[in-house]
Write a protein that binds this ligand. Structure first.
Ligand code: OAD
Length: 232
């Protein structure tokens, strides 16, 4: 029998127990920094050194962080399911936990790209990108991040994945940022859905959705228990 399609849609909350800050919680990154100063094309045009420094610090923290129990449980689910992960996160903790099929909607902190040719992408194995580090076409390297106001090139691929979900798990996202948050609209009505997040949500309009109100590691354990009752 073929495996069912399980789709995980993750946000910053899945990496919180790894020590990485979320954006909109109390003490989150957007309290410390202004989006318009560090995460827009206009910010890059105005003060690239400030933007570069912001992402250097993010990269340093990601390199120091380790996958937590939630990332690890998600990785083990590939034994039972055809699992695909759609993440808004720029960290690589899903991959380092062993997950293979990870689509990054908002880019990847361990990659940089040319600022004149978006297809010229390269991997990094150090945290620091210096001002003056250039791509082969001679332009300053920029973080491989989707900034506010930019297109989300992987959105169409994410929709194709969501449309085929038999089970769909939303974990650790405030569902505030579009188009990413609109992914739920593409999940089949009939798919079983879970939301794992300690926050309050009003998602009454989403059919077949259970809210496990817990942090990511605990929530994934509860989810695994609830799977026992699901006919696969
Ligand atoms: P947010 O900071 O908006 O939301 C984080 C969510 O994680 C909230 O719903 C929290 O309740 C939840 N949370 C906090 N701690 C948790 C834990 N230990 N376990 C599970 N959940 C927890 O982050 P995102 O929704 O990921 O984009 O933000 C979406 C996008 O906005 C990001 O990708 C980033 C940001 O600006 C860009 O920078 C383009």
């Amino acid at each position: 029998m073929s495996k069912k399609n399980l789709v995980i849609f993750s946000g910053a909350g899945v990496s919180a127990e790894s020590g990485l800050k979320t954006f909109r919680d109390a003490g989150g990154l957007w309290e410390e920094f202004k989006i318009e100063d560090v995460a827009t094309p206009e910010a890059w045009a105005k003060d690239p050194a400030l933007v570069n420094n912001f992402y250097n610090l993010r990269r340093k923290q990601v390199m120091e962080a380790l996958p937590n129990e939630a990332h690890k449980i998600i990785a083990t689910l590939s034994n039972t399911f055809n699992i695909k992960i759609i993440t808004q996160n720029i960290d690589d903790l899903h991959e380092r936990a062993g997950s293979k099929d990870v689509l990054h909607l908002h880019g990847e902190i361990m990659k940089v790209r040319s600022s004149v040719d978006e297809k010229l992408i390269s991997k990094l194995n150090k945290w620091e990108v210096k001002m003056g580090d250039r791509c082969e076409k001679g332009s300053q390297l920029r973080p491989h991040i989707v900034w506010f106001g930019e297109m989300v090139p992987e959105m169409d691929n994410a929709i194709l994945i969501a449309e085929k979900a038999d089970l769909f798990v939303v974990i650790g996202t405030s569902l505030n940022v579009y188009p990413a948050a609109g992914i739920l609209n593409y999940v089949p009505q009939t798919a079983l859905k879970w939301l794992i997040d300690p926050g309050e949500f009003n998602l009454d309009y989403v059919a077949n959705l259970k809210h496990i109100k817990a942090v990511a590691s605990e929530g994934m354990k509860i989810f695994k228990e609830q799977l026992q009752a699901v006919k696969l």
